[in-house]
Design a protein around this ligand. Structure first.
Ligand code: RIB
Ligand code: CA
Length: 355
């Protein structure tokens, strides 16, 4: 059965892979995409979403523009991590599709009200627009079937400050609104949280890109490396593989630059895979809250697993998975989809740019 999803992203290199994963998944139907400011400004996120949908020859899917700023603090973006336009080195063809007339928050509320109890919410960016939607419709936690969030760090260092994970750091007030709102959710509807604790074990490497290209029947098979100049561009015959390679290579360079290895943490496609199939993850309930007043720790996510605060659990935190099983599934789905969408790219002289 296809799971109907509201996707809320700050596209982003790994958000791009999450979107491609869902488009490639026969058990997923994207009902709408909220473009949230984070990795890059909201307008650029929306353009990236439209561009990937067009490149992937996806059906018409609503892309709504989110708020320009977080709830209470100025927007911080991270082009150094995801590239000048948020999709690494990829220069995606400008989309002809247009964004929705309604806001991202309005789309959340309208879709949830129209499909009560049916929709899965998946957030892989800051929670600004979900928080705005909760202000419009406090019943959202009961209207959604389930919520999956990529965000936070619990027994694990942050990636933005020593304690903070990016999506929460960008808009801590929004995160607190969301976690508080779901405090009343019944156990089977507690948000599933994919935090850095688990997503930093999902390490994509050049070999995964090779497997993706092979699965897609793309040519030539390219091996990206840290000595590739920033001006290098994939010449893969399959356009999805070509632009995905250019996007991910920037993310490899970023992690390599911080001595994390020539790899990329696939936070968002992992959250998408868990959203479609929670059996991929082992979870533990906890009461999650967000620090808003700490001098050094503002924006940190805290998990009480022992009921010390006397408050019921409001989240299921992913504490275990099998990264190999995830990558096998992601490569199979995106690779097969790329081959289906672009079946007969000429073998030999690729249409792309030379490396
Ligand atoms: O901290 C990782 C998260 O922040 C990912 O969702 C990445 O895309 C950025 O949004
Ligand atoms: Ca993201």
């Amino acid at each position: 059965m296809r799971q109907r999803i509201i996707l809320d992203v700050d596209t982003g290199v790994d958000d791009s892979l999450a979107l491609l994963y869902l488009l490639a998944s026969p058990d997923a139907e994207i009902m709408g995409i909220a473009s949230t400011a984070g990795n890059v400004p909201a307008a650029q996120v929306a353009i990236n979403n439209l561009a990937w949908l067009e490149l992937a020859r996806a059906p018409e899917i609503e892309v709504a523009l989110g708020a320009a700023e977080p709830l209470e603090i100025p927007l911080r973006t991270t082009e150094d991590t995801h590239g000048p336009h948020g999709v690494g080195y990829a220069e995606l063809p400008a989309p002809t599709r247009r964004i929705s007339q309604r806001s991202a928050a309005r789309m959340w509320v309208d879709l949830a009200r129209r499909h009560p109890g049916e929709l899965l919410g998946l957030c892989t960016g800051p929670l600004t627009n979900l928080a705005l939607a909760l202000r419009e419709e406090p019943e959202l936690p009961r209207l959604l079937r389930r919520l999956v969030i990529m965000g936070g760090a619990f027994d694990h260092p942050g990636n933005t400050t020593p304690t903070n994970e990016w999506n929460i750091h960008v808009d801590p007030e929004a995160a607190k609104v969301v976690f508080d709102a779901f405090s009343a959710a019944p156990p089977d509807r507690r948000p599933l949280i994919c935090a850095l604790d688990i997503t930093e074990t999902i390490e994509m490497r050049p070999a995964h890109l090779i497997r993706l290209a092979e699965r897609a029947g793309s040519h030539p098979i390219e091996t990206v490396s840290p000595i590739d100049p920033p001006t290098a561009r994939s010449a893969a015959s399959n356009p999805i593989i070509r632009y995905l390679t250019d996007a991910v290579r920037f993310y490899f360079d970023f992690h390599h630059g911080y001595d994390l290895g020539y790899l990329a943490h696939m936070h968002d496609p992992f959250a998408a895979a868990v959203a479609l199939d929670p059996a991929l993850a082992r979870t533990r309930p906890a009461t999650v809250d967000v620090e808003l007043t700490g001098t050094l720790t503002r924006g940190a996510t805290i998990a009480d697993r022992a009921g010390m605060w006397g408050r019921p659990p409001n989240a299921d935190i992913v504490v275990g998975t099998d990264p190999v099983r995830f990558f096998d599934r992601m490569i199979a789905r995106i690779g097969d989809h790329a081959r289906t969408v672009y079946p007969g790219e000429p073998i030999g002289e690729p249409v792309g740019r030379r490396r």
